[in-house]
Write a protein that binds this ligand. Structure first.
Ligand code: UT7
Length: 325
């Protein structure tokens, strides 16, 4: 028993912010951002919430899969930027979709969130707890970013991507690996709220994202190829047999570095970060949806999905793209 993705969807906020727009806010330039990251622009929420973007992406994934909301049995939203602590974003999405039969919950593994959610859904489906799942990565990082910090505000974008997946007898997901290293948590953190209970004299450090970019960069280039190799070994495949590697869209230099370490040409690593920036947990499902809608995902092709980010967290999944059973 395994699980295959049979529908994808995505949603991006309307407002588009170019590098030149950012150069009016902080001491940066279009040239620097393009050369160091590959990013040219990103969508930024002017009011769209994580739950709204996630619900739109889910509706599109269900339509693409030809399924109705009432058929959904599990709904997991990966996010590190929810507007509400409670209720979960997933429960809000469940309500707006009318996915009345779903079990819904959120999961936070930062930029690896979508991969961790997909792995969780796979485990549920494989063990027979449910037969299908809607898996979403959704972020409005623009509200966590310090818009005076040129080291971070140029990187991130807002958006949501979703996949609908269901059980299958063969193909689909072939292997999965997941890793976390909390000892390195300081290199990318965001303290979300002050401690204000009467027993604590809380001092909020900073509610904004703080990042040691170089540390994150070298972690990604070092660990991600190891994770991908581990997942490939489990699937009894060689890297050369994989047609497409859909990676978290953090920085084109990171992706090229990973390709080099795997001994592969970067043209097997599709990218959209030039247009949408780093959308954390939404990066992989949004790119997957673009590739699906562009007809670039061929029946039976071998793919690797890999996410990495704060925590630290990282994971990789090998799958056989198979919409037909
Ligand atoms: O999803 C996971 C989340 N995070 C990441 O993936 C981030 C991974 N890291 C990176 O992508 C890169 O480290 C960055 C793009 C964030 C930074 O690129 P870098 O090549 O590592 O630059 P750097 O931090 O080493 O800084 C080089 C110089 C510094 O100036 P000095 O000290 O050499 O004078 C920075 O102050 O570039 C300066 N700098 C900028 N200059 C213009 C940093 N940010 C900017 C900027 N515009 N936006």
């Amino acid at each position: 028993m395994s699980m295959r993705i049979i529908g994808t969807g995505s949603a991006l906020p309307e407002k588009y912010v170019t590098n030149n727009d950012l150069a009016e806010l902080v001491d940066t330039s279009d040239e620097w951002i393009r050369e160091r990251t590959g990013i040219a622009g990103r969508h930024v929420s002017t009011g769209e919430t994580v739950a709204e973007l996630a619900a739109l992406a889910c509706g599109r994934a269900l339509a693409d899969a030809g399924r109705r909301a009432e058929q959904v049995e599990l709904l997991i939203v990966a996010t590190c930027s929810p507007e509400t602590g409670i209720p979960s974003v997933a429960c809000q999405v469940q309500s707006s979709l009318g996915a009345v039969n779903a079990v819904a919950f959120d999961l936070n593994a930062a930029c690896a969130g979508f991969l961790f959610a997909l792995h969780t859904a796979w485990a549920y489906v494989q063990s027979g707890i449910c037969r299908n799942a809607l898996i979403v990565g959704a972020e409005v990082l623009s509200k966590l970013v310090d818009w005076t910090d040129r080291g971070t505000c140029i990187l991130f974008g807002d958006g949501a991507g979703a996949v609908f997946a269901e059980q299958c007898d063969r193909g689909g997901i072939l292997s999965f690996v997941q890793h976390s290293d909390g000892r390195k948590g300081e290199v990318l953190r965001c303290d979300s709220r002050a401690l204000t209970n009467p027993y604590v004299r809380g001092v909020m450090q900073s509610p904004w994202v703080k990042m040691d970019g170089r540390e994150v960069f070298s972690f990604a280039v070092r660990q991600v190829p190891t994770g991908i190799t581990e997942a490939l070994r489990q699937a009894h495949l060689k890297a050369e047999e994989v047609e497409m590697f859909v990676l978290h869209q953090a920085n084109f230099r990171i992706i090229e570095g990973i390709a080099r370490r795997l001994g592969l040409d970067a043209d097997r690593f599709p990218m959209n970060l030039d247009r949408v920036g780093n959308m954390s947990s939404a990066s992989i499902p949004v790119l997957l949806d673009e590739l699906n809608r562009a007809g670039r995902l061929k029946e039976g092709m071998k793919m690797v999905l890999s996410g990495f980010g704060a925590g630290l967290t990282w994971g990789a999944c090998v799958l056989n793209w198979q919409r037909e059973c």
